[in-house]
Design a protein around this ligand. Structure first.
Ligand code: GUN
Length: 294
């Protein structure tokens, strides 16, 4: 039997806990955490993400601030907005939705964020803190994967983890987090030699390469825990599309010990962790011990 890891249900629990913390922050400290989301242009997928983020921010009792800028926004206009948000005390977290239009260089924009307002954890200073064991902001998708793994497995010490994918947003920060949990970590990618063999050695397999159903059932170690970060739209018979992950979910049945489905696995955890990070940011900026809120 393969357990289906219900990320949708777990994300609802995280949001509930965040809402409780926000209520205490308001009552006891007079603070309403604020999250500013900046969207440049009209990319349809980004518009959906931003709408969902705004709705869930409000649902948990926080202040949602949206800045929608035209597709021809200049680098200096965007940097000027970041400056304003950095010094706005009602804003505890800032997220610049990626990808940005071609005329904007994302790196200096991300690195212009105040380090303690970078709720995405993409600022070079937060990347450094993650790798050196310091107190930084942790990127939302890897944090969500880690929460699901801890809930499923408890202590991860000594587990062999293979991360398939080396992106700055998922693969690399995931490796840092799992090292911090005392796992033995391998980062693999599309050019790794003997990839099926490497996968089959892993107690924990994180798939984040963006290739539909690439990981086959017989690549998986029997009993392994599989976390599928992929969200790929594929054509079904009859021209309709459906979402699949980077793992062949049906092929993994009866082999994996547990696996996250797509949709309903890692996806809902990303926004839940963004809200979690926004509360963390509000606490740190106001010198409040988060543990005292629950
Ligand atoms: N675009 C897709 N995923 C993300 C994310 O996690 N953060 C930001 N800022 N943009 C994204």
């Amino acid at each position: 039997m393969t357990t289906r890891i219900d990320g949708k249900a777990y994300a609802a629990k995280v949001r509930e806990s965040v809402a409780g913390e926000v209520a205490v922050l308001k009552e006891r400290h007079g603070i309403t955490p604020g999250l500013a989301v900046v969207l440049v242009g009209e990319d349809p997928a980004s518009q959906v993400y931003v709408r969902n983020k705004g709705a869930q921010t409000t649902e948990t009792g926080m202040l949602s601030i949206e800045h929608k800028l035209p597709v021809d926004t200049t680098q200096s206009d965007l940097l000027a907005l970041i400056d304003d948000l950095n010094s706005d005390s009602s804003v505890n977290g800032i997220l610049v939705q990626l990808p940005l239009p071609a005329q904007i260089d994302a790196e200096p924009v991300i690195n212009a964020l105040r380090l303690d307002k970078d709720v995405d954890g993409f600022h070079i200073g937060n990347v450094g803190r993650l790798w050196t064991g310091g107190e930084g902001m942790v990127p939302c998708t890897p944090l969500g994967c880690l929460m699901l793994l801890r809930d499923q497995l408890g202590d991860l010490t000594g587990k062999r983890a293979l991360i398939l994918g080396r992106s700055n947003i998922v693969g690399k920060p995931m490796a840092a987090l799992l090292l911090g949990e005392n796992c033995t970590v391998t980062i693999a990618h599309s050019r790794t030699a003997d990839l099926p063999v490497r996968c089959s050695e892993a107690d924990i397999l994180i798939a984040a390469v963006g290739r539909p159903q690439m990981v086959k059932g017989d690549w998986i170690k029997p009993g392994a825990t599989v976390v599928d970060v992929g969200i790929n739209r594929i054509e079904k018979d009859g021209g309709k599309t459906r979402l699949v992950g980077d793992v062949d979910y049906d092929g993994a049945q009866g082999v994996a010990g547990a696996i996250t489905p797509v949709p309903g696995g890692v996806g809902p955890m990303t926004i839940a962790c963004l809200l979690h990070n926004t509360v963390e940011a509000a606490c740190r900026q106001n010198g409040i011990d988060r543990a005292s809120l629950s």
